[in-house]
Write a protein that binds this ligand. Structure first.
Ligand code: NOJ
Length: 599
């Protein structure tokens, strides 16, 4: 499934500090140092407002023990690379113990580390080593569901009178009798295909699962569930994590009356059929139910107790918030007296999935003016969606197109989140045969839905047999794409014209140039349909300007900024481009980008 496409179709969809080890092996909080990159200091409290956040899929980043699966020690080994890239926080997808049905999103113990990834001591060491480099570790927090192997669910399914019974959503079947289980309670569907209700013979009821059968949904109408998660997040905050990314947060609550969901129709009134051959439902009874706001206020209040002298530095709450419009996104920040997320993901810019200047301009303007002054968190891809090449590339200019997209990501106001391997231009590489598919949804949906393996392939570090991800003789859990021969960190690190060099440069500008670090964002040349141009303006600094050509043809733009003459100094430009003589004459090659400082 392309989660972003589902959002675009109007059907509401989902996907879409530091610690050191004390002598006794206990982790002890260590204050994260203020960020100091180049000339601009940001305090520990507001570090996240202009943050550069890197998503790591730990299974695929770096294997340190030759078992073909990435691990925590592997990430620790690569921290210097991330530091040099300019990363300030790492969002780790789940590393807790898990049967790995959904590769970690099915958690069986929230207070430990899966042995595949290492130990709690390895985790503490990662947090401490990252902290030394001013990098925070952000954990994934899955509150919508657990694994069916979690002790809570094992208890819950053991009898109808078990104290944990009401921690999950158990319901009778429709028309159930002593001998017949009846039909599922309603028409709700799993994101991964088919009914969201699973019959459990032992206690003769159905349980609800928005995702895989092995991921039963928690019952957030039960206060004990709230208490359990306040305790879990405190556990990790005490270990010094920099915050959390809340998974599937918009599906926390369901309609208690279990009303059926509506079917989404196309413009001719026919039901839209999803990749699993079923009618697409509108999500109205299982997504965005308002109860989630009170929960997030609770989690934020818990996290805020750690922003004290004892634990300085804001712990940041990031939301997996695929929302169809800016009004919905704004609500995720919470009311001023009851804040919720610092950074709910703005997927509306990054998942336009088309190089359309008009749409980009409109969405970026909304992010600047429609969020009530809140900080947007822009994001273009992740482990659930095909990478940038598959959604924006033309197969000829993919690298140039990525320069354009990364200019939008890093040179717009706000925080920026990017996915491992983007910086070298890793390509989506889906499995070719059904028998090679690892993501279960790719098995259920084959061939229309190939699952998410294609965007989770091993990090491409060098051109060796396993691309430096694991030892040469090992079998990586997903094959290394053939593109690793040329698209890899080692090859690009030595090339000043590489995509990696470009990423380092735009990130450096974001952190060291006052206008790009702190400035307002205003669109320029607003009727141009081929080139997106914008101005960044901060008090006390020369304004910055960016022009990005969204087409494969050369373009010339003429910009004017009230109060300034036409003089402009080049800060950065795509390889081979000329320095403009004035703002009135900026020449851009195919998918060219120009970044200047107005004099
Ligand atoms: C969203 C995660 O990003 C995705 O990978 C996962 O399958 C679902 N939530 C369920 O946890």
């Amino acid at each position: 499934m392309n989660w972003s496409k589902v959002v675009a179709s109007g059907a509401i969809a989902l996907f879409l500090g530091a610690a050191a080890l004390s002598a006794g092996g206990q982790s002890a909080p260590v204050p994260p140092a203020p960020q100091s990159v180049g000339t601009i200091q940001s305090s520990a409290r507001d570090w996240w407002k202009n943050a550069v956040i890197y998503q790591i899929y730990p299974r695929s980043f770096q294997d340190s023990n030759g078992d073909g699966i990435g691990d925590l020690n592997g990430i620790t080994q690569r921290l210097d690379y991330l530091k040099e890239l300019g990363v300030e926080a790492i969002w780790l997808t789940p590393v807790y113990p898990s049967p790995q049905v959904d590769f970690g999103y099915d958690i069986s113990d929230y207070k430990s580390i899966d042995p595949q990834y290492g130990t709690l001591a390895d985790f503490d060491r990662l947090v401490a080593e990252a902290g030394k480099r001013h990098i925070r570790i952000v954990m994934d927090m899955v509150m919508n569901h657990t694994s069916d192997k979690h002790e809570w669910f094992i208890q819950s399914r053991s009898s109808r009178s078990n104290p944990y019974r009401d921690w999950y959503m158990w319901r009778d079947g429709k028309g159930e009798t002593a001998t017949d289980k009846g039909a599922p309670p309603n028409n709700w569907q799993s994101e991964f295909g088919h009914s969201a209700w699973q019959w459990d013979e032992k206690t003769r009821q159905y349980y609800y699962h928005k995702f895989y059968i092995q991921q039963p949904d928690l019952n957030w109408y039960n206060p004990k569930v709230h208490e359990a998660f306040r305790d879990i997040i405190s556990f990790w905050l005490k270990r010094g994590v920099g915050g959390f990314r809340f998974d599937a947060i918009t599906t926390l609550f369901e309609d208690p009356n279990l009303a059926d969901e509506g079917v989404v129709k196309d413009k001719d009134g026919n039901p839209i059929i999803n990749a699993f051959g079923e009618p697409q439902l509108d999500g109205s009874k299982t997504e965005f139910l308002p109860g989630l706001h009170a929960v997030m206020q609770e989690m934020r209040a818990t996290a805020d107790t750690f922003n004290s002298n004892k634990f300085p530095g804001t712990r940041v709450l990031i939301g997996e918030t695929y929302l169809p419009d800016i009004t919905g996104l704004t609500k995720m920040y919470g009311p001023p007296d009851k804040p919720e997320f610092e950074l709910p993901m703005d997927t509306q810019v990054g998942f336009i999935d088309k190089l359309d200047v008009v749409q980009f301009r409109a969405k970026l303007t909304e992010a600047e003016t429609g969020l009530g002054g809140h900080v947007p968190l822009l994001v273009f891809d992740n482990h659930d969606n095909p990478r940038l090449d598959a959604r924006y590339g033309d197969g000829v200019h993919d690298t140039d197109i990525q320069r354009v997209l990364s200019a939008v990501l890093f040179l717009s106001r706000g925080a920026a989140l990017f996915y491992y391997g983007d910086e070298v231009g890793m390509k989506t590489t889906p499995p070719v045969r059904k028998e090679d598919v690892k993501d279960p949804m790719g098995v259920t949906g084959w061939p229309k839905e190939k699952g998410r393996d294609g965007e989770r392939t091993p990090m491409q570090w060098d051109a060796s047999a396993n691309a430096g991800f694991t030892t040469a003789g090992a079998t990586p859990w997903l094959p290394v794409p053939p593109s690793a021969a040329t698209i890899n960190v080692e090859a690009e690190a030595g090339d000043p014209n590489s995509l990696l060099a470009w990423y380092r440069s735009v990130i450096r500008l974001k952190k060291t140039n006052l206008a790009f670090a702190r400035g307002d964002n205003t669109m320029l040349d607003a009727s141009n349909t081929k080139v997106l141009s914008w101005l960044r303006k901060a008090p006390g600094a020369p304004p910055g300007v960016v022009s990005a050509n969204f087409t494969a043809e050369p373009q010339t733009v003429s910009l004017s900024v009230p109060g300034f003459g036409g003089k402009v100094k080049t800060l950065l430009k795509t390889p081979g481009a000329a320095d403009p003589t004035s703002l009135g004459q900026i020449q851009l090659g195919p998918f060219g980008v120009y970044v200047g400082e107005i004099q």
